[in-house]
Design a protein around this ligand. Structure first.
Ligand SMILES: *[C@@H]1O[C@H](CO)[C@@H](O)[C@H](O)[C@H]1NC(C)=O
Ligand SMILES: *[C@@H]1O[C@H](CO)[C@@H](O)[C@H](O)[C@H]1NC(C)=O
Ligand SMILES: *[C@@H]1O[C@H](CO)[C@@H](O)[C@H](O)[C@H]1NC(C)=O
Ligand SMILES: *[C@@H]1O[C@H](CO)[C@@H](O)[C@H](O)[C@H]1NC(C)=O
Length: 342
């Protein structure tokens, strides 16, 4: 948990005034087509491509506009997906374990760059994971590969010899991606630069549960939430939740306070603070019995039909959301640990 939070803060400070473009490739995941890729700009999906349809699906209206107005941009993009699929096949062969060890051959690659809005400095990354583990990545400073796994050492040696192709990869991440990023920022400016404040509520399941300060609907993801006492941030009896994506592209997060030892008359000294990066005014919610929302009714032991429905929905969401969280966590981890600074 702490590590995750730390990563979150790292991203936050590293990218307060920057935009990133990330190309995420998955190969060999059983429940998906053999090959899929997704292009993100600042955590918003631009398009999705897979080896079954072989057609990129734009996921934003302004991406559709780009395709209409600028086909010269779109065709190379689709070509990249096709080439990447072929290259993944070859890569999968070279990563393969001896046949008697494991049958899983899942490769994920994250490729892209971050561009600092002010200095225009570009930080590129190109990282492979094999069967869910860090495997090998490219160091854009030394122009060599780094093996993150003992078995990647021979791959590193082979790939280092192919210096010419490394040069292309370097150009790709350092020239083509920033160019695409510019195009996306131009067309998607109003969406990508927008600041949406969340609605914040205090929720409590039962009178003995912790009080959950829940913010939902904010954008961008660069935000923090904390509890204060007399204006000072507190960490005791506080439990951080994760930032989760909403289906509409906004985000939600929450933080719990165990108030069971806080006398009711002192509640007014506590508040929950939400801060969105780049927005001056914090959203402050005073801890107050009257504003806490709960479905709890005194003496009710039977679960109402509604609460059963909510529990069932939560169970389904958990199944659906956990892979998404895993995916975002992986993506974030890569984003938070850029391999180089150009
Ligand atoms: C896999 O096979 C190789 C040679 O065929 C053998 O040396 C190795 O011990 C085997 N590994 C396992 C985990 O069975
Ligand atoms: C995006 O819009 C902002 C104002 O909302 C403007 O200042 C900025 O120059 C625009 N950027 C681009 C790349 O069009
Ligand atoms: C809150 O804290 C009290 C006292 O430390 C503890 O007994 C209780 O289990 C905690 N409640 C929750 C929901 O964690
Ligand atoms: C639970 O619901 C059943 C059926 O509606 C009812 O007969 C029973 O009295 C309820 N129990 C409590 C504790 O409310």
């Amino acid at each position: 948990m702490e590590r995750k939070l730390m990563l979150f803060f790292l991203i936050q400070t590293a990218s307060a005034a920057s935009f990133d473009i990330q190309f995420l490739v998955s190969y060999g995941i059983q429940s998906l087509p053999e090959y899929t890729d997704v292009l993100f700009v600042d955590d918003i999906i631009m398009f999705y491509y897979d080896s079954i349809s072989e057609i990129g699906e734009p996921r934003q209206d302004w991406v559709r506009t780009i395709i209409k107005e600028d086909p010269q941009y779109w065709e190379p993009q689709m070509e990249l997906s096709k080439q990447c699929h072929l290259s993944m096949k070859a890569t999968a062969e070279s990563f393969k374990l001896p046949a008697n060890q494991t049958k899983v051959h899942v490769i994920q690659q994250i490729l892209g760059c971050e561009v600092d809005d002010d200095t225009k400095e570009i930080t590129a990354f190109n990282h492979y994971a094999y069967n869910g583990e860090d495997f090998i990545s490219f160091d854009f400073n030394t122009k060599t590969w780094i093996a993150h796994h003992p078995r990647a050492k021979t791959i590193k040696e082979q790939w280092d010899i192919l210096y010419e192709s490394n040069k292309e990869r370097r150009n790709f991440a350092l020239i083509i991606f920033p160019l695409w990023l510019q195009i996306y920022l131009r067309y998607g400016n109003s969406t990508l630069h927008r600041k949406d404040l969340p609605s914040v509520s205090l929720l409590q399941r039962t009178p003995s549960s912790s009080i959950n300060c829940h913010a939902t609907g904010f954008y961008p993801e660069k935000a923090i939430i904390f509890w204060r006492k007399d204006g000072e941030e507190i960490h005791e009896n506080v439990e951080h939740g994760e930032i989760l994506p909403n289906l509409d592209g906004s985000f939600q997060m929450s933080i719990k306070l165990n108030a069971s030892n806080i006398p009711l008359k002192e509640w007014g000294r506590y508040d929950c603070v939400f801060q969105l990066s780049g927005v001056q005014n914090d959203l402050i919610t005073r801890l107050d019995k009257d504003v806490i929302r709960t479905n709890w009714k005194e003496g009710e032991e039977n679960l109402s039909v509604t609460s059963i429905a909510i529990i069932a929905t939560m169970a389904v969401l958990t199944v659906l959301i956990i892979p998404i969280i895993g995916f975002f966590a992986y993506k974030k981890k890569k984003a938070a640990e850029p391999l180089n600074t150009q």
